[in-house]
Design a protein around this ligand. Structure first.
Ligand code: NDP
Length: 468
C-alpha cells in the first residue's frame, strides 16, 4: 500500500504447504480499515497515473514484465510451494504473468477514441478515460496469472488497483506489487490487501471502487455482484464451469485422449475451464476411455518442486470437497473406472478419477467438482452431443474433436460457451478473449477485449456553427 509493505492489522494466519501438510511462515492479514486505506491510496495515485504519458506507462509495464521474467525462478518456487502445483506449471504461470504485462504495455499508446459524423455543424469524439480505482478479487488456483490478467490491462488503461488474492495464496501478489514499485509505478497505483471473504466483501462494496474483477465460484460471484451494486461499480465475473469435450466417431482418438487428459487433470483439475464432461460417440467410447485411463494412470505424484505430473489439491477443505463428490457418486451406484480414493501419502493428493457412462442429471455430472474428476456421457451423433453439452447451467469453454469441418463449425456456433476449441483443448493462449456465458460469468478478459472493463469512453460533442 502506498508503495510500501505494511504489516497486516487483521488476524494471524498460518497457511499449510499442501504437499507436506506442514505450516508455512505465519503472517497477519489486512483489516477492514486497511481495505479503506488501500482504496484511498489507489484514489490518490489515480490522477498521477492517469496523467502519465501513454509511452511512459508502457515503459513502466515493460519494466515490470522484465522484472517478473528475471525473478521467474523465485516466483515459481513460491507459487509451487504455496499452491502445490508442479514447478514447470508454476514457471509457465509466471511466464504468462510477465506476458500479460508486456502485451498490455504495448497497447498503452494505442487506446484510440473515435469520431462520429453528425453533419456539418457538429462533431462528436470519444476519449477513452480510465474507469477509476479497480478491485481485483482473485482465486487460489492460478494466483499470479489471474492477478496479471486483470491488473495489467487496468494499469495500461491508466486505472489504479487494489488486489485481494485468495487467503490461501497471497504470496506472489505481494511480490509482484513490490516489483511494480521498483519498476517505477507511482506509489499507490497498485495495492494488495490480504485476507479472506470479509476483506473481499469490504473491497467489492467499497464506495471508492469503480470496477470489480472477480474470479472464483458462481456463488461468491453473485455476492460480489450484489456488493458492487452499492458503489454502482462495473463487474467482470469469471466464474465456474463444467465444460464439455465432445468426441465424435470420426475423431483422431489419440489427439482427443491427449486433450481430455490435459483438460481435466492439469493443475489437479482445479481449473475453471477444466473439460470435466467427456461426451463421446457411443461407437468409440470404450476405445477412447481406455486411452484416457492409460494416460491418466501413468501420471505421477510428488513434491511440486520435483515437478511431478500432478500435485496435491490446495487444501484439506478442497480434498474433503472432492472426496465428498466421489463418495456420493459411488453411493449412487455410478461406475468409477479409475482412481476414486485419496493417495496414501502425506499431502492433499487425489488421483485422476473417472466415472464412465454417467446419467446427465447426476450431481457429479452437473456440479463443479474442481478436482481431477472426469465423467463420461455417451452420445449418438453431433446433435445429441450438442443437447447434452448445452444441458448445463454453465457456459465457459467447450471442446470438439471431429475430422468433419462443417460439423465442427456447426457445433462451435451452437455450443453455449464463451470459447470453443476445435481439435484441441485449452489452446490459443492469453491474447484471445476469454470469459463465460450463463452461470460462468460476465465480461471478457485477455486480449484487447480485456481492456474495455477499465476504460470509460467520454463523448465530447463539438458544436461549430458556420461563420456568418
Ligand atoms: P470463492 O469464490 O469463495 O473465492 C474466490 C475469491 O473471492 C477469494 O479471493 C475469496 O476470498 C473471495 N471471496 C470469498 N467470499 C467473498 C465475498 N463475500 N465477497 C468478495 N470476495 C469474496 O472460491 P473458493 O476459493 O472458496 O473456492 C470454492 C470453489 O470455487 C471451488 O471449489 C471452485 O468450484 C470455485 N473456484 C472457481 C475458480 C475459477 O477459476 N472459476 C477459482 C477458484 C475457485 P478467500 O478465498 O480469501 O476467502
Amino acid at each position: 500500500m502506498d508503495g510500501l509493505l505494511r504489516d497486516g492489522e487483521g488476524a494471524e494466519r498460518v497457511l499449510i504447504d499442501p504437499a507436506h501438510e506442514t505450516p508455512l511462515t505465519p503472517f497477519r492479514e489486512a483489516s477492514a480499515d486497511q481495505v479503506s486505506q488501500a482504496v484511498a491510496s489507489a484514489a490518490s495515485a489515480l490522477p498521477i497515473w492517469a496523467a502519465t504519458l501513454p509511452t511512459e506507462r508502457a515503459e513502466v509495464l515493460h519494466r515490470l514484465a522484465d522484472m517478473i521474467a528475471r525473478n521467474a525462478d523465485d516466483l515459481a518456487r513460491i507459487e509451487a510451494t504455496n499452491v502445490g502445483k508442479p514447478l514447470s506449471q508454476a514457471r509457465r504461470d509466471v511466464g504468462r504473468a510477465s506476458d500479460y504485462f508486456r502485451f498490455y504495455a504495448g497497447v498503452c499508446d494505442k487506446l484510440n477514441g473515435e469520431t462520429i459524423p453528425l453533419g456539418p455543424d457538429q462533431t462528436a469524439l470519444t476519449v477513452p478515460e480510465p474507469v477509476g480505482v479497480t478491485a481485483h478479487i482473485l482465486p487460489w488456483n492460478y494466483p499470479i496469472s489471474t492477478l496479471a490478467r486483470g491488473v495489467a490491462p487496468a494499469l495500461a488503461a491508466g486505472a489504479t488497483v487494489v488486489a485481494k488474492p485468495s487467503e490461501l495464496t497471497p504470496f506472489t501478489a505481494l511480490e509482484v506489487a513490490r516489483l511494480a514499485t521498483q519498476a517505477g509505478l507511482p506509489d499507490g497505483a497498485f495495492n494488495v490487501v490480504t485476507g479472506g471473504g470479509e476483506i473481499g466483501a469490504a473491497l467489492a462494496g467499497h464506495e471508492g471502487i469503480a470496477h470489480v474483477t472477480f474470479t472464483g465460484s458462481t456463488a461468491t460471484g453473485r455476492k460480489v455482484m450484489q456488493a458492487a451494486s452499492s458503489p454502482v461499480a462495473g463487474v467482470t465475473l469469471e466464474l465456474g464451469g463444467k465444460s464439455p469435450v465432445i468426441v465424435l466417431e470420426d475423431a483422431d482418438l489419440d489427439a482427443a485422449a491427449d486433450g481430455v487428459v490435459r483438460g481435466i487433470f492439469f493443475n489437479a483439475g482445479q481449473v475453471c475451464a477444466a473439460g470435466a464432461r467427456l461426451i463421446c460417440a457411443r461407437s468409440v467410447h470404450d476405445a477412447l476411455l481406455a486411452k484416457v485411463a492409460a494416460k491418466a494412470h501413468a501420471m505421477g505424484f510428488g513434491d511440486p518442486l520435483d515437478d511431478p505430473h500432478i500435485g496435491p489439491l490446495i487444501s484439506s477443505g478442497q480434498l474433503a470437497r472432492v472426496e465428498g463428490f466421489v463418495a456420493r457418486a459411488k453411493a449412487q451406484g455410478l461406475t468409477c473406472v479409475l482412481g476414486g480414493a485419496r493417495v496414501d501419502r502425506p499431502g492433499f493428493f487425489f488421483p485422476p478419477t473417472i466415472f464412465a457412462d454417467v446419467p446427465t442429471d447426476a450431481e457429479i455430472a452437473r456440479d463443479e467438482v474442481f478436482g481431477p474428476v472426469l465423467v463420461t456421457h455417451l452420445c449418438d451423433d453431433a446433435e445429441d452431443a450438442l443437447r447434452i453439452a448445452n444441458d448445463s447451467p454453465y457456459g465457459l469453454v467447450a471442446g470438439v474433436y471431429t475430422r468433419g469441418h462443417d460439423t465442427a463449425l456447426w457445433l462451435a456456433r451452437k455450443l453455449e460457451a464463451g470459447q470453443v476449441f476445435i481439435n484441441g483443448f485449452l489452446t490459443g493462449g492469453d491474447t484471445v478473449p476469454f470469459g463465460g456465458v450463463k452461470h460462468s460469468g460476465i465480461g471478457r478478459e485477455k486480449g484487447l477485449a480485456g481492456l474495455s472493463a477499465y476504460l470509460a469512453p467520454k463523448s465530447i460533442i463539438l458544436n461549430h456553427a458556420r461563420p456568418t
